[in-house]
Design a binder for this molecule. Structure first.
Ligand SMILES: *Cc1c(COP(=O)(O)O)cnc(C)c1O
Length: 447
């Protein structure tokens, strides 16, 4: 009985998989915030390099991974697929649980899978500096690491609440050479405006995005986004391509794929290659997104055009949204506190390609703790949502005797999230169900 299913370095994927040409209909285009016409490549050029814009709108099924990117990927890829025998035993379940572990990356999450190619394509176009936002600090540290690989400057707006609560994520960004500001900051017009209204604002991802986008205006500077966009989902498919090979090595195919969704990139990266196999009739997994009940974009959001940020600087994207003014309660899964969802995933959800459920955070931490005690890996708060769904399914299997194969991505470790575990262990952690009135209010300002 294998515990770790490892791929040889020679099996590192050589191409990313683009799911768009395999869908029955393409997703609706992003719209210009001023004209409300579909945005063209020229509109995006001030923000992103040409190669990434081409990937954003690509109709090609496969895109070659540049050798310079694969060379950096080899620092930690291929990542292990773990059969969670000890968790299964603790649950007394006949289900077989497989976990694709992305916590072995240089910053402890899946984010470098896209940060590295984003930095590479910018550097190749002669860009000198990247700006971005970060919530909990995972994306910021990934981009800081990636910029260090290609000698780019990196400037990061970090949501004030996390800046104060997670000093070690900030240290990691600085260690990799980035410059970090607490957001809202007085350095940008969007930040200054928020501070004028509320000098003690804890910030939000939407505000930090406005600041980073605003700061990307000089010619040698571009902006980078860590989730949501098509090219980000594309880069993350290395997760699923490897997992597909690894499961084949032990003659397994998943019956259920679950993933946590903030902007949707680790979930998409895991399941897109399996969906390709499903569409070709080679397997038939059920696919399910798991989101926090405090920020339930799929299960309670509206499918509508909305801004990606608070100030309304980004293109309008058709997506499941809670409204760009929505500020979620301060749950510990910082990476899942985003008002919107990837437009590509939102489109696929409307097509019925996968399902979704929302979980309260205490159930998630309970699963995280069980996973840590059985498998010896402390999960980040975000993937505990997917683990909680896997555990619930495995418990159902224990009752029915069904021996399902469950696959999930453990998209990050929680070594820098001990304050969250402290709160859970002390019994102080609260759930934050979202009152309908707050949701209605946030949705009332949709453009
Ligand atoms: C950023 C992050 C997420 C949320 O982003 P997705 O694009 O939905 O994957 C989830 N887990 C971890 C560990 C993260 O760093």
């Amino acid at each position: 009985m294998k515990t770790k299913i490892l791929l040889d370095e020679s099996k590192l994927p050589s191409r990313w998989y683009n799911v768009v040409p395999d869908l029955p209909a393409p997703p609706p285009p992003p719209l210009h915030p001023g004209t409300r016409e579909p945005v063209g490549p020229d509109d995006l050029a001030p923000l992103f390099p040409a190669d990434l814009i081409a990937q954003e709108v690509s109709g090609e099924r496969y895109i070659e991974i540049p050798e310079e990117v694969r060379e950096v990927y080899r620092l930690w890829r291929p990542t292990p697929l773990i059969r969670a025998h000890r968790l299964e035993r603790a649950l007394g379940t006949p289900a077989r649980i497989y976990v694709k572990y992305e916590g072995v990356s240089p910053v402890g999450s899946h984010k470098p899978n896209t940060a590295v190619p984003q930095a590479y394509y910018n550097a190749r176009q002669g860009i000198r500096r990247l700006t971005t936002e970060t919530g909990a600090g995972q994306w910021g540290s990934a981009l800081a690491f990636a910029c260090a690989q290609f000698q780019l400057d990196c400037e990061i707006w970090m949501v004030r609440a996390s800046y104060d609560q997670k000093p070690y994520r900030r240290s990691m960004m600085q260690l990799f050479g980035a410059q970090v500001h607490a957001s809202p900051s007085p350095l940008t017009a969007s930040g200054a405006k928020v501070l004028a209204d509320d000098p003690d604002s804890p910030g939000s991802l939407g505000i930090a995005i406005s600041e980073a986008v605003e700061s990307a205006s000089p010619d040698d500077t571009r902006y980078a986004l860590g989730s949501v966009l098509n090219h980000v989902l594309l880069h993350q498919t290395v997760i699923g391509e490897e997992a597909l090979e690894q499961l084949a090595m032990v003659d397994e195919a998943p019956d259920l794929i679950v993933g946590c969704t903030g902007g949707g990139s680790n979930f998409a990266g895991l399941f897109f290659p399996f969906l390709r196999e499903k569409l070709q009739g080679r397997m038939n997994p059920e696919i399910r997104a798991v989101e926090p009940e405090a920020c339930p974009s799929f299960t309670r959001g509206r499918y509508a055009y909305d801004f990606g940020d608070t100030a309304g600087l980004t293109p309008l994207m058709k997506m499941h949204t809670l409204g760009h003014d929505f500020v979620p309660d301060p749950i510990h899964a910082g990476g899942l506190r985003y008002h919107g969802m990837a437009p590509l995933l939102s489109h696929m959800y409307e097509l019925g390609i996968f399902g979704a459920e929302a979980k309260p955070q205490r159930e998630c931490f309970e699963a995280g703790l069980l996973f840590a005690r059985t498998e010896g890996i402390v999960p980040a708060p975000e993937p505990t949502h997917a683990l909680a769904a896997a555990v619930a399914e495995a418990r159902r299997c224990a009752e029915t005797g069904e021996s399902k194969v469950i696959l999930t991505a453990l998209c990050g470790h929680g070594h820098l999230d001990m304050a969250a575990y402290d709160r859970y262990l002390s019994g102080e952690m609260q759930d934050h169900p979202l009152p309908q009135s707050r949701l209605d209010e946030a949705l009332s300002t949709l453009p």
